[in-house]
Write a protein that binds this ligand. Structure first.
Ligand SMILES: C[S@@+](CC[C@H](N)C(=O)[O-])C[C@H]1O[C@@H](n2cnc3c(N)ncnc32)[C@H](O)[C@@H]1O
Length: 237
């Protein structure tokens, strides 16, 4: 089974990522603003997770549809938000061509697949469902900052007060970050490709996008190699 099928669809996920609910109040308004679409636009929140950023998209008057693979996340989302939700796989979206004005892809939700072709397929699908001129917001972890922060702890198990242990390592080829976790007596392992800026831009171009803006933070500051977040606003050509 692919790691992302199980790891996100397990009750332990909500323990490990409990702090992300609070962070949403800071991230949500900023990311929704960076998507920069007028009220009334149809936006796909992909993947939407448990919907923590959804209120901030709707606050801007956007018509949001959420999509995610995890039934557990979708069920939690459903209890708190009146948003249409679809269970889907990012590699094959169940939407018509040019159906959306925007795609909102927040919190390092790209690079989960084992092959370059599948990761590109995710962006190609985003491009397919966007109308020409539509906008994609792709919010990623800044590779250089992440690499620097991992150096100190690489290979060591750390205890977290939320009730889990974590060990982070880079794959031998330096392209992926492996995050092993022990929680509630079970073992999880996220295995995510962390691309360089050049790789992000090349993939976006190949998928049919033009980068309109690249930011190095939630406040919209210009992209910077050392930033902890790399946020791209790309337009479907
Ligand atoms: C880090 S969370 C981000 C969710 C949301 N964007 C947020 O900021 O809260 C990643 C999400 O991707 C979903 N996911 C992972 N692989 C997927 C796939 N192949 N297709 C659809 N969703 C997937 C997971 O279920 C999880 O909810």
């Amino acid at each position: 089974m692919d790691w992302f099928v199980r790891d996100f669809d397990h009750p332990a996920y909500f323990t490990i990522y409990a702090d992300k609910a609070e962070e949403a109040a800071q991230e949500g308004p900023a990311l929704a603003a960076l998507l920069d679409l007028p009220a009334g636009c149809r936006v796909l929140d992909l993947p939407c997770g448990w919907g923590r950023l959804n209120p901030y998209l709707r606050d801007r008057g956007l018509q949001v549809i959420g999509g995610d693979l995890s039934p557990l996340n979708l069920a939690r989302h459903h209890t708190s938000q009146p948003t249409p939700l679809v269970r889907l796989d990012l590699r094959a979206l169940p939407f018509k061509d040019a159906a959306a004005d925007g795609v909102f892809c927040a919190y390092t939700s790209w690079g989960y697949f084992a092959t370059e072709a599948e990761n590109l397929q995710q962006l190609t699908e985003f491009a397919r469902v966007l109308r020409p001129g539509g906008a994609l917001l792709l919010d990623l972890a800044g590779r250089s900052r992440l690499q620097a922060s991992v150096v100190e702890v690489d290979g060591y198990w750390m205890d977290y007060q939320e009730g889990y242990q974590e060990r982070v390592t880079w794959s031998p080829d330096g392209r992926r970050i492996l995050t092993e976790r022990l929680c509630q007596g079970e073992r999880f392992c996220h295995d995510i490709w962390i691309p360089t800026d050049l790789e992000v831009r090349f993939a976006l171009k190949t998928a049919g996008f033009q980068v309109a803006q690249a930011c190095g933070g939630l406040d919209g500051r210009p992209w910077d190699e050392a930033a902890d977040r790399w946020i791209y606003r790309a337009i479907k050509r």
